[in-house]
Design a protein around this ligand. Structure first.
Ligand code: ATP
Ligand code: MG
Length: 409
């Protein structure tokens, strides 16, 4: 049997990037030989094994053929006769379809190295179209390597366009899509992911609610960039530049969905978009089965981001309601993430990227003031049950009034 390093590890070494996980392909071996050498099988009928010591993935060279819709609709053929070249041709992009032996001799039948040098993301073969997930993967790699100057080859983009129009994207499972989306959002330039998806028509299929924001105007006085889609991309860009976590990036992407529903007669104003957007945010959340913390934050940011911007003008009672809605006493981190998303929203406006956002510290201070209200003295006064709850609220309100007065003094 012959063992080769494949995929990302080869690509990233040639790019001079750190290699985190290594995938291996094994040519000329049978399942029985792998088991005899102590490799542990990953699944029952999938020719992938884990190394007994390193735990890295070793896959038997295989060919794949599409047999139906969706990811279940694939038949694998792994046997000792399958060559390295046959295994590499089923891969998505040429830069991901190179292999290397233990002497660093490169096997590169589809010219991945040439495309690495030319900074091109190109599909390996027409079989690219057999797995629609590759549309998302190509867009994700575009986001990851945009900083190095990579772009998607025109013919690959064309293929992605055909795949998007065919309806095949709809057959993707939520789990597979979310894995790509979440990884793409965590790249350095997540806006490129959305831009590439939009360019090939996949955004309209995957997230029509986000796609609909392009071409929707906002008031120039607050939003010099005017276009809501452009604004959304800038907010996402700010979130990446400020190294925000996935929850915040997801919330940034979805915060203004309501603006896509505003009747044209009302443009460029978007009255109550915070509320109209909630059902759309919920729909996108559920479509991709986003993790609970992402779902929650996206909904809260959607509903309350304009409160964040008006923080300094909010009445103490409104401020208290806001803090209660976030359950800031038990979930301080989530409120911090809300503040971050609001700040990214404010910075994601043309020419205003560097403007300070005093609302952030003001909201933090308000949360601290409310949280510092001590419960013990109220217990000692004999409050209990719902009355205790009311008493705590009264004290918090008092604290917020004092806080607001001190802040404006
Ligand atoms: P990363 O740095 O994101 O891990 P990677 O290229 O290693 O990048 P993996 O998802 O780990 O990506 O996959 C390993 C390799 O398997 C890829 O380089 C590619 O050759 C191939 N591959 C993975 N998923 C697909 C797919 N859906 N279609 C075709 N080839 C794929
Ligand atoms: Mg990998």
């Amino acid at each position: 049997m012959r063992i080769y390093k494949v995929g990302g590890a080869v690509r990233d070494r040639l790019l001079g990037k750190p290699v985190t996980d290594i995938d291996w392909v094994v040519v000329g071996a049978t399942t029985e030989e792998m088991l005899a050498q102590g490799y542990r099988p990953v699944g029952a009928d999938f020719p992938v094994f884990l190394h007994p010591k390193s735990g890295e993935e070793y896959a038997l060279a295989r060919t794949e053929r599409k047999s139906g819709r969706g990811y279940g609709g694939f038949t694998f053929h792994a046997s000792p006769e399958v060559t390295l070249e046959e295994d590499l041709i089923r891969r998505d992009l040429t830069i991901n379809a190179m292999a290397e032996d233990d002497q660093q001799n490169l096997t590169d039948p589809y010219h991945g190295q040439r495309d690495l040098e030319a900074r091109v993301l190109r599909h390996v073969s027409p079989a690219f179209a057999e797995d629609p997930l590759r549309v998302l993967r190509a867009a994700r790699f575009a986001a990851r390597y945009a900083g190095l100057g990579f772009t998607v080859a025109p013919e690959t983009l064309e293929l992605m366009r055909q795949l998007s129009e065919s309806g095949e994207l709809k057959a993707l499972t939520a789990e597979r899509s979310w894995k790509e989306i979440s990884r793409a959002l965590m790249e350095d330039q997540p806006r490129v992911f959305i831009e590439v998806l939009r360019e090939c028509g996949a955004l309209k299929v995957l997230m029509p609610e986000v796609d609909a924001l392009f071409g929707v105007p906002q008031p120039a006085a607050h939003h010099p960039e005017i276009d809501t889609g452009v604004h959304t991309l800038s907010v996402l860009e700010q979130a990446a530049q400020h190294k925000q976590p996935l929850t915040v990036r997801w919330a940034c992407l979805l915060h203004d969905l309501g603006k896509g529903l505003t009747p044209e007669e009302e443009w460029p104003r978007h009255i109550a978009h915070e509320h109209t957007g909630l059902k759309l945010i919920k729909a996108v959340n559920e479509r991709f089965k986003a993790p609970k913390d992402c779902q929650e934050l996206a909904l809260l940011v959607g509903q309350y981001h304009t409160h964040g911007h008006r923080a300094l003008e909010l009445k103490p009672s409104t401020l208290l309601d806001l803090l209660q809605s976030f359950d800031v006493y038990r979930r301080p981190q989530r409120f911090e993430e809300f503040i971050a998303a609001c700040e990214m929203d404010a910075r994601g406006r043309k020419g205003l990227e560097q403007r300070s956002y005093p609302q952030a510290d003001y909201l933090r201070g308000a949360a601290t003031a409310a949280r510092n209200v001590a419960v013990q003295p109220l217990l000692e006064k004999g409050f209990k049950g719902p009355e205790l709850g009311e008493a705590i609220k009264r004290e918090r309100l008092k604290a917020l009034k004092a806080y607001k007065e001190a802040a404006s003094a």
